[in-house]
Design a protein around this ligand. Structure first.
Ligand SMILES: NC(=O)c1ccc[n+]([C@@H]2O[C@H](COP(=O)([O-])OP(=O)(O)OC[C@H]3O[C@@H](n4cnc5c(N)ncnc54)[C@H](O)[C@@H]3O)[C@@H](O)[C@H]2O)c1
Length: 356
């Protein structure tokens, strides 16, 4: 059933990782746009819930490594978000990142193609450009993945792209660093962590000199971009890679920190120029996206996002609980589940009943 005259709405979409930070914003937004959404997630972060879900999406509780052809039944499109989603987790046990982010992700795409699924949107990352101080990176820039996580995204992209044919249209969306409010909150992405530190301790702590560049993008804009990709004419997106964001959304970390201190009066800027701090930097250009999606609007600015998150974090009892920030930091939360024996050394739930 097409909504609002949009012939591409009403697709039956499998969203993997729909219980994560981006997924718990994206899946409901697809439902609102008239798509029928089925989610698949193992629920690592179900207990990391900051605000309630607006729309409950039918859910298959399943490890990505166990997906089978049956999960593809009746599916028109796959949006693939499920992954171990940052560098620190990649370093925790590289084997897990390889298994989930590469092997299981490529297998998912193979199963989708074999089942006749037409569209496959892969959540990739600008992180794979690595250190690029001198240049602005576009989709043609040679990749320089420097971490297990970045390598996993680069390898998965390459393998999934090779599956493209006239019936199977994979699209790679290389997100910038995502910020903003989500039911399954993360405070370990750059801008979110600056805001959280301002709320919790009245200081915006910048590690390093603050000069590195980061393209940032609000989680709701990311959701809109994925939806636009799903609904675009196939010839616009089939086999294509897009940096997802806008040129005006490249900021130096110090600029992001100043946005937070401006939004939150009385907070202090604390630049700790320690040696050996992560100084990864990349500035991306988003001209390809702008050309393919000329009517697309990036609705959020970091200033709006800072106000949104500040208001929510101040109102929520999270302020006190921020001390217990393992809930909002993906690596620390997984470490806790491992330490409690709830996840085994394959990063699988030890007690299926204990899994959410
Ligand atoms: N958040 C960002 O800034 C950002 C930037 C660029 C790319 N991405 C990518 O976007 C995607 C979503 O990111 P996010 O921030 O929502 O991450 P997240 O960690 O909040 O969510 C990932 C979800 O995937 C699920 N998952 C992980 N391994 C699984 C497995 N083996 N089986 C089933 N489910 C599994 C988790 O339970 C979780 O719900 C990821 O692929 C990430 O690499 C995120």
């Amino acid at each position: 059933l097409a909504v609002g005259g949009n012939p591409m709405s009403g697709q039956r979409v499998l969203v993997t990782g729909h219980r994560g930070y981006i997924g718990s914003v994206l899946a409901p937004s697809l439902v609102r746009a008239g798509h029928e959404v089925v989610g698949l997630d193992t629920g690592y972060f179900d207990a990391c819930t900051l605000i309630g879900d607006e729309i409950a999406v039918p859910t298959m509780s399943c490890d990505l490594r166990d997906v089978s052809a049956a999960h593809m039944s009746g599916i028109d499109a796959v949006v693939h978000l499920a992954a171990l989603s940052n560098d620190p987790i990649g370093n925790l046990e590289p084997r897990w990142t390889r298994q989930i982010n590469v092997e299981a992700s490529v297998r998912l795409a193979q199963l989708a193609r074999a089942a006749g699924v037409r569209r496959f949107v892969f959540s990739s990352s600008c992180i794979m450009y690595g250190m690029s101080e001198a240049n602005v990176v576009d989709e043609m820039t040679p990749l320089n993945p420097r971490t297990e996580y970045a390598r996993s995204k680069a390898d998965a992209e390459r393998a999934i792209a090779q599956l493209a044919d006239e019936r199977f249209a994979p699209t790679m969306l290389r997100n910038g660093t995502v910020y903003g409010l989500s039911p399954r909150m993360r405070l370990d992405t750059v801008f979110n962590s600056l805001i959280a530190s301002a709320v919790a301790i009245g200081k915006v702590v910048v590690h390093g000199d603050g000069r590195p560049w980061r393209p940032v993008v609000h989680v709701q804009d990311v959701a809109d971009a994925f939806r636009a990709t799903l609904e675009a004419p196939p010839e616009t997106v089939a086999g294509e890679i897009f940096n997802v964001g806008a040129d005006h959304l490249n900021y130096r970390i110090i600029e992001l920190a100043r946005i937070v201190t401006d939004a939150m009066q009385g907070t202090e800027l604390d630049v700790r120029d320690e040696p050996g701090v992560d100084q990864r930097t990349y500035r991306a250009t988003f001209g390809k996206w702008a050309a393919a999606f000329p009517d697309f609007k990036w609705r959020w600015t970091p200033t709006d996002g800072a106000f949104e998150l500040r208001d929510r974090l101040i109102r929520h009892p999270l302020t006190a609980a921020l001390a217990d920030s393992e809930r909002w930091v993906r690596l620390r939360w997984l470490r806790r589940l491992l330490a409690e024996g709830r996840l085994d050394d394959d990063l699988r739930w030890t007690d299926v009943l204990a899994a959410p």
